[in-house]
Design a protein around this ligand. Structure first.
Ligand code: GLN
Length: 281
């Protein structure tokens, strides 16, 4: 007879969920409040734990992503609260964070994060560089509440202001009212018609506003390219996450606005994921 562990693996696999063994381990670990590495295939949860694992499993079988079932997710070195109002932080975005941490910024640099979502980018940076501070912008008031809670959790809330704003608004730069040492952004970049083709975990559980980049996927980059020169100090940097195949066009859009393309960094799958530009001195 197969073990409880193997039964869960089989149910996840039958639902077409990739990496069913890892997912099983994470699910059981969360309920048993132990490290995933301590979950062995002969694990025998008690009745209450089994019921709870089954309750969460039922949601996972509906393709709700595990982080949104559990309400939190690891990103870089930290744990972020997530809910249906924020894009789930992705490991791919850690490339951008690592690059930002390598840049020769002033100790007390001011950072602007556009489309902050859970806050994972700017809050990781502030947690790693406590003398820095910044502004986190999002169009969604609900996502700003999640980002605020995460800032408190990471102890960076004193260094961070939150602003609900739409970068397409004509008075956007005026409302921001400041120039920064660095801008970071993981804007929505999926061509709207492609959203229906994404995996259910993404298309049904990440907020549409965090995904949809307009007809060709570049709407937000075009707009950010126009406002960025006004929001950057001379010599300041902008780091943008790119969708698959978008990096060269993104670099070109910003170069047309006078920024210098420093480099493009690939993610762990070899996809050009982070475009780094600088405003001339
Ligand atoms: N990285 C997300 C995905 O591939 C998209 C996030 C975004 O549009 N910025 O599904």
């Amino acid at each position: 007879m197969s073990t409880f562990f193997e039964q869960i693996v089989a149910e996840l696999a039958a639902a077409g969920i990739p990496g069913p063994r890892l997912e099983t381990r994470l699910l059981i670990a969360a309920v048993l409040k132990i490290e995933p590495s301590a979950v062995f295939t002969d694990v025998a949860p008690n009745a209450a734990q089994t019921a709870e694992i089954r309750r969460l499993l039922a949601q996972r079988l509906q393709h709700k992503p595990l982080d949104k079932i559990l309400g939190h997710r690891e990103f870089y070195k930290f744990d972020f609260l997530v809910d249906e109002n924020v894009l789930s932080p992705r490991a791919d975005t850690e490339i951008l964070v690592e690059e930002a941490l390598r840049l020769p910024l002033a100790e007390k640099a001011r950072i602007l994060d556009l489309g902050t979502g859970s806050g994972c980018i700017i809050e990781t940076l502030l947690a790693e560089k406590p003398a820095m501070s910044g502004v986190a912008v999002d169009i969604s008031a609900e996502s700003l509440q999640v980002a605020q809670k995460n800032a408190e959790k990471l102890g960076v809330d004193k260094h961070l202001q939150f602003m609900q704003a739409d970068w397409f608004a004509a008075d956007f730069c005026e409302r921001i009212g400041e120039k920064f040492d660095m801008i970071t952004a993981n804007p929505p970049y999926i061509p709207t018609a492609d959203i229906a083709t994404l995996e259910p975990e993404v298309k049904n559980y990440d907020p549409p506003a965090a995904l949809s980049g307009g007809t060709d996927g570049f709407d937000s980059y075009r707009r950010i390219a126009v406002v960025a020169p006004e929001l950057l100090k001379d010599g300041a940097y902008i780091l943008l996450e790119a969708g698959i195949g978008q990096a060269a066009e993104i670099a070109a859009l910003f170069m047309r606005q006078g920024l210098k393309h420093l480099r493009t960094l690939a993610d762990l799958s070899g996809i050009d994921r982070c475009v780094v530009l600088q405003k001339g001195k």
